[in-house]
Design a protein around this ligand. Sequence first.
Ligand code: UGA
Length: 428
Amino acid sequence: MIGTGYVGLVSGVCFSDLGNTVYCVDKDKKKINLLNSGKVPIYEPGLEEILKKNFKQKRLIFTTDLKSAVTSSDIIFICVGTPTKKKGNSADLKYVFQVANEIKKYIKKYKIVITKSTVPITTGDKIEKVLLNLKRKKLVDIVSNPEFLREGEAIRDFIYPDRVVIGTDSNKANKILKSLYLPIIKKTSRYFNTSRRGAELIKYASNAFLATKISYINELANLCEKTEVDIKDVSFGMGLDQRIGDRFLRAGPAYGGSCFPKDTRAIVDTANNFKTNLSIVKSVIKSNDQRKLLLTKRVEKLLKGKIKNKNITFLGVTFKPNTDDMREASSLYMIPQLHKKGAKIKYFDPSGLKKDFSSLKNVKFCKDISSACLKSDLIIIHTEWNEFKLINFKKVVKKNKFIIYDMRNIYTPSKITNSGIKYFGIGR
Ligand code: UGA
């Protein structure tokens, strides 16, 4: 596994747990030292235990030595980052090509080179050009095997995937990869072999579709708010139709994270390059951007426009629970906006303090739910961490009047309002 970021580390640890010997390579010495001391640089429930177990068994090796890792391996997964370029919306592939150029020197016998990072359609073709000499000598097959795991649920998603997608027209590579994935395919999932370009596109198409589902339900939630319909009932009723499915229909703040925002932008960019207009995905991006604004305006409305000196609490600031990841979290827009308007903000997130807010004078991290909620005028449930699901608000706020804005609809409105608390959710 080249790159010990989210995808590389989780996949590497899980592959070793299936009995393979896995070399996890990274240029970052600090990270490798940390991993070699049994610590995990990312927040992912369950990962540390599996890592330690396989590290002890010597099936998991962390190293900065790319040469020895490549020489010792039959299958090479490229798992480096593909962030959005500083200028424009396309995915920056410089790390992918750096890897391709480096491993080229060390391949002397047959190996499968796989892109597991999310890479735009035709990236495999370009890597093949870099490795053309090796390809001609039949020393490599270049395959696309996109990863579909979610942060916070990564181990389960890896072990019980819905599908494993392998993009290659090489029977040899396909046979080897089928045996690699056999232990998990047997359990629940489908193994799907398609073209390399097809596999590359499946990944982007899936993320863009899920983002579309979320934006769709978020816009419907806006309509529900005007018509006194509960969006949760609408999601449930829609989801009963198996053609629609009930997952990823939870209304909430703008979707965030390191994938949906980046991948929707990149697929639009790729389509533009092929002179194709993905107008639906374009409008999803726009809708999601507007959602940050819309929900911030709603907060102002709940406080009747009087934001200055109001005590606002954020419960959860990460883009989703069970991660410490702040990338493109909607709180990154909301908190500075409300702060600018004079609000005094306290926040608590189970994953700890966030440096993103350290320059904001009136934004303070609290060490627990109680201190974050004490004397608050408005409590915003921004991320649905489990520990926020059974709070006795009256007890922790210690104040007569306060408002709850439940952006994840985790509470039952009637129960909360019956206890005399002003409660607002999303689309209800
Ligand atoms: C996403 C995909 O779900 C994975 O399949 C994919 O492998 C991954 O991107 C990737 O490309 O690496 P992830 O970004 O970890 O996974 O998190 P999700 O669980 O998909 O959530 C993304 C955002 O959508 C979060 O902000 C979440 O709160 C939001 N969301 C999700 C909703 O607002 N409503 C929902 O019903 C579901």
